[in-house]
Write a protein that binds this ligand. Structure first.
Ligand SMILES: [Zn+2]
Length: 129
């Protein structure tokens, strides 16, 4: 069972008390953005095999959003921090690097997903006709 500590109220909540919110630290675009940038913001998400930064809501508790760094393979939680934090805290990145040095280099596919999100043109658009 996945247990995350809410940084807003300090309660260690299991996943039945939480609501997932997808990838954290998405780059938002203004009205002058290209359609590809806007499409990427709306629909394209990273789904790494390894360390991932995610948004979670403590829906059955304080109701506030927060971010968590977790391994998608082992469910190991590296830490949580408030949703108002623009980037993962340095101490959290250092903790991840100490436990999973390969995660920061992407050599094993277990890459750390940091802002900005991948460019929209890195994803296949489907078969061309
Ligand atoms: Zn909470």
């Amino acid at each position: 069972m996945l247990i995350l500590t809410c940084p807003n109220c300090g309660i260690a909540a299991d996943e039945t008390e939480l609501h997932p919110g997808g990838q954290a630290h998405l780059e938002r675009f203004g009205p002058d953005a290209s359609e590809d940038d806007f499409e990427g913001y709306l629909f394209l998400r990273s789904n790494p095999r390894g360390v991932h930064f995610e948004r979670w809501r403590h829906s059955m508790g304080c109701g506030k959003w927060f971010h968590a760094a977790r391994c998608t393979i082992t469910h190991e939680v590296f830490g949580t921090y408030t949703a108002q934090t623009a980037e993962p805290p340095r101490e959290l990145l250092d903790r991840i690097a100490a436990k999973r040095p390969e995660a920061l280099t992407g050599k094993t596919g277990g890459e750390v997903v940091l802002p900005p999100q991948p460019a929209a043109d890195t994803f296949a658009k489907g078969p061309s006709s």
